[in-house]
Design a protein around this ligand. Sequence first.
Ligand code: HPA
Ligand code: ZN
Length: 345
Amino acid sequence: MADPDAFIRCMPKAELHMHLEGSIEAELLLELAARNGLRPRWETPEALRGAYRFRNLQAFLDLYYEGCRVLMQERDFYDITHAYLRRAHSDAVVRAELFLGPQSFTERGIAIEAVMDGVLAAIRDATRNDGISAGLLVSAQRHRSEAEALQLLDAVMPWAEQIAGFGLGGAEVGNPPSRFARYFRTCRERGFRITVHAGEEGPASYVREAADLLQIDRIDHGVACMSDPTLVRLLAERQTPLTVCPLSNLRLNVVPSLAAHPLRAMLEAGLNVSMNSDDPAYFAGYVNDNFIECRDALALSDDQIVTLARNSLTASFLPSAEIANHVARLDAYVADRRLSAAPRN
Ligand code: HPA
Ligand code: ZN
């Protein structure tokens, strides 16, 4: 029998919301710890995976930042980026935009050169070897000050030409987007695309702030907007891209079940939503797992699945001609599948 998930697995798509630090599989994390002479609290990958049960975002972030400690040398940053991009390529991801938060490393005295050169070299190699397109999104941490976010922006300027955009992640409640208005304005003035995590655990008012911030290009998560119909209409009208991560929301108790996830309602409200994995190693699901599990839990139609993929491509930070090429490939893929599924006479 044909694989019922093949349509999703082979469908060209972009992944726009994925944190490199959250993509380190347990085996690789322990290998990096050993390489760097660290003694982690877990001796086996199974034991480490046993710790992946989270009450909320902060409980997850505590473990995620602990995991970051295994990354010390340029080669480590290369290896995690290489591993994710190989996996993404095999999932038919044609464009990946990867968050990385250098402040976790620079605060421990790791040189910014090791971080940036490792990630960027792996991106170049993956493009050359697999043809996958990838871009780096430098992310500031919102539990720190705006001054530190601005310092980070300055510190990565030597790599400006190779940076796809800037973001903001970490502990959301109590740290609204407006606290970082100057950071985002400065990014924008320097010609960068910008995206902000908002409305994951935080309220709809944070999503509204994000939408009202100077020319935000995308909002990460944004699911809390659904409690404010006026805001939903505004986001739908503007077609502001929302990078939604359903399995992340499930694992962090943002929703009680996938069946209760607002993804389908968001699509039906005309919002520009895409499907993403956020931290695939910690949340037991890469982008295709998110598609497949949501299709089953929410009875998504083929058209809705294709819409999610099309939105991921159009919301990417690629130049418009490259976006058009990727969309044409997706359209050809869908037309081809429809043709082969049609009855012959
Ligand atoms: N939310 C906020 N910050 C993050 C996340 C998330 O889900 N993952 C990694 N950093
Ligand atoms: Zn995220």
